[in-house]
Design a protein around this ligand. Sequence first.
Ligand code: MF3
Ligand code: CO
Length: 255
Amino acid sequence: MAIAIKSEREIELMREAGRILAITHEELKKAIKPGITTYDIDKLGEEVIRSYGCIPSFLNYNGYPASICVSVNDEVVHGIPSKNRYIKEGDIVSLDAGVIYKGYHSDAARTYGVGDISKEAEFLIESTRQCFFEALKAAVPGNYIRDIGIAVERYAVARKLGVVVDLVGHGVGAKLHEDPEVPNFETKRRGAKLKPGMTLAIEPMITLGDYEVDWLDDDWTVVTSDGSLAAHYENTVLITEGEPEILSKAEGLEL
Ligand code: MF3
Ligand code: CO
């Protein structure tokens, strides 16, 4: 499949999807406290998304049973919310969410520490976020998809962190997952040349240990094989003639 170049109208709809998604993440950030269940987080996220007349992208996507992926500690991504899973002080919690506004998707993830967390956990969260911003610098026309992965991998490896290779970022727009795949590591092929109007979900998944992951028996939850902590940070990004534009953001809210 060719990589879709979005029209100005499509980009405008994705900006609005992204704005609502950023607001959703802000509400979830405020709610993450010891004692809340991952189920409560999901319900709150869905409520915020629907309050803007939007649809949660993930709900029923390939059978995924919730609106927000909540992945705790050694869970990397796609954790399924549960009434029995309580967040506690010292946890690190990754929240991944998607919003559909008038048929267009935005996809973004954040990782938060709950109360006092270890220095290592703090380092992991901050480094994973920075991996995204390193990737963003490479997301300019003339560069190739591979340059994004190289930027993530270089930054993570210099910090002795693990880069998950079994999951990748992706194009996003009229569908949650579009071409191209956007790996967080150096690939042999350079991949597609970046062009203005492409919209990509760039999403480093980084660990404090090894890169290897496993799937739990629920067929969704991805965990680190060595049990090390993992973090995830993602935004929907528009390639422009100049600097890339982050679409999953809202004025006055932190990225
Ligand atoms: N943000 C996730 C991704 O791009 C989507 C989660 S898949 C779902 O990979 F099934 F959980 F929705
Ligand atoms: Co994604």
